[in-house]
Design a protein. Sequence first.
Length: 335
Amino acid sequence: MTVNESTGPAPGFDGGAVGNPAIHCLTDTGLSNSSAAPSPRLAGPRDGNFPTIRYAKVQEFRKSNAPRPASQQGFPSERPLPSFQVLGNRVHAIQMSDAVERMCCWIDEAQSKTRYVAVTGMHGIAESMQNSEFRQILNTAGLVVPDGMPLVWLGRLHGFPLRQRVCGPELMESFCQRTGSTYRHFFFGGTDGVAEKLAKTLRGKYGIVVAGTYTPPFRALNDEEEKELNAIVKDTAPDILWVGLSTPKHEKWMYEHRHRLKVAVMLGVGAAFDMNSGGKRRAPEWMRSNGLEWLFRLISEPRRLWKRYLITIPRAVWFVCLELLRFPKLPSAAR
């Protein structure tokens, strides 16, 4: 089975507004000289704390923005990265600093190509076992980072000296801390008000430039809303677009939109929207570093997560063990 690149939006979202999408677009005050008027499509700020909504062409923003690039000299964006295979999925054997550096390089290239980053743990591996289209989506990603200690342990078994996982909340924080106001950020996803809260939090902590936020409804976007989103992203000219849905929804959404949206990098970070905005507690550090964050999340949300952690992922772990023991692939693991 092949992935149809002309397919529509992912069927439904985990999070969002009940009715129409909530849109909030803004730019830094450095663009206040732009003569372009705010789009009538856009809803104004809810609390009045954001700057006036204004727009400018991409090239105008480039001239007035903070110094670029943020990436280091001599780090080619297409340099092959080390990787290993898990049940037919490529996982890059990199650490947090490597992921941030590669993302910066992609943005600094100023090319029209859009790359997306899959932050993948055993849940993503399990989903790929049941859906060959999803496996192809993961393998098409520009970067697949190991979110979860099981993938870190597997990387070590393959000979890579991985020290820690590259999880969504920490990758978001690390990127914002490293780059500050250098790039423009757009936040897509979360439940009503979460994206705006996250944008304010990160701007307050790291001084990031927020291009806009968009909270999708609890359904796929219709054609009119898709056109509206495309226009908003084009008008606000973000460098990086954070997607806060859930696996496998955000990977599918990024794959389907990689040729539609004018943005250098997209990342699916799921629960990072709630965690980094203060809406959800994270597991203690000792649980995260010992591969027990799943237990903390299961106890916190048993009705939503019991099947994922007690059935779906253990089944994938079983097939990973068979793969490590070099058993022949079973039909159920290769669908």
